[in-house]
Design a protein around this ligand. Sequence first.
Ligand SMILES: NC(=O)C1=CN([C@@H]2O[C@H](COP(=O)(O)OP(=O)(O)OC[C@H]3O[C@@H](n4cnc5c(N)ncnc54)[C@H](OP(=O)(O)O)[C@@H]3O)[C@@H](O)[C@H]2O)C=CC1
Ligand SMILES: O=C(O)CCC(=O)C(=O)O
Length: 361
Amino acid sequence: MLDLECNMIMLVGPMKGGIRYHPEVDPDEVNALAQLMTWKSAVADIPYGGAKGGIGCNPGDLSKSELERLTRVFTQKIHDLIGVHTDVPAPDMGTNAQTMAWILDEYSKFHGHSPAVVTGKPIDLGGSLGREAATGRGVVFAAEALLAEHGKAIKGLTFAIQGFGNVGSWAAKLIHERGGKVIAVSDITGAVKNPNGIDIPELLRHKESTGSLKDFQGADSMDANELLVHKCDVLIPCALGGVLHRGNAADVKAKFIIEAANHPTDPEADEILAKKGVVVLPDIYANSGGVTVSYFEWVQNIQGFMWDEQQVNRTLQNYMTRAFHNIKNMCQTHDCNLRMGAFTLGVSRVARATLLRGWEA
Ligand SMILES: NC(=O)C1=CN([C@@H]2O[C@H](COP(=O)(O)OP(=O)(O)OC[C@H]3O[C@@H](n4cnc5c(N)ncnc54)[C@H](OP(=O)(O)O)[C@@H]3O)[C@@H](O)[C@H]2O)C=CC1
Ligand SMILES: O=C(O)CCC(=O)C(=O)O
């Protein structure tokens, strides 16, 4: 199944969002994810509408050459819909810089060389330094901003991380570097735990060489579902949507949840967690580091000028800190939680742009 959804008609700039390859991709989910991109871009204050694309497939079952052919055929079908100033794809679950390189190459056969038509591409093809790490790094900046509000810091706190792909592995690495104790990690093959803190660089090497978390010597294996209710200070879902639901929310022991995945908490779980006093940092803010650095990549491509990595990371931190304070202001003004504050900020920015364009009903 191939699907591409766009949620905003060029109100403030092109539409933007990732392309997902996963067996559970369906049009409703892609549409919902495109809507999240609209509010996410508005919260980050970057000039984009929302989009998302996906293919229902299991990339783990496909060879590299099958993935390339699939991506090229997909691009042949959507090349008239995407474009530097209309809709700019990026990686999401199951896709990566190589996928973006194939899209760029195939698109350029129809429209001429156009590096800015995708972001998250390899550096050698015009990708931005810092984009690969950006979502995980943004998650860490977001966590630091939230924890500081509560008089805490990453150092010394315990973390459980679901998902060890692009977002989860970068978040784990950066938390480990800051002195946080990552005590549980999972991927699709299972989960591992170590109450003294997992050696994340070692786990990265193990995952890189074996392709899974299984048989890692530095930690005990655990039930992957148990990870979400494991005793820790901070839980970071970095995989699928809907993983926190009424069946497990009451058992969550973390005091903070940083939503690095898109839509990991369903509305029933949200209510249960709020009653328990768990502080949830919403996805449309917490994982916005990826699209923010995608914006920097697009700007660099259009300018034909490459930023150094320090500039990318510093500017990302400024964007994440500014957005956190804007959300907090909304929460204070409307006496609401962080999710409502983030949505109020995003929706009000989109509404203002709509009115200014004269599109009111
Ligand atoms: N990439 C980006 O820039 C952004 C991503 N996001 C969101 O972050 C989340 C992760 O994306 P990303 O890291 O890019 O995706 P990846 O495909 O790189 O990684 C996904 C990870 O989730 C694991 N996983 C899949 N299913 C399960 C499961 N049932 N239980 C536990 N782990 C599972 C995978 O396991 P395995 O390694 O074994 O395959 C993998 O480690 C998604 O929700 C995505 O929408 C949000 C903003 C930007
Ligand atoms: O980098 C991008 O453009 C989009 C990233 C994405 O898909 C997301 O934030 O969910």
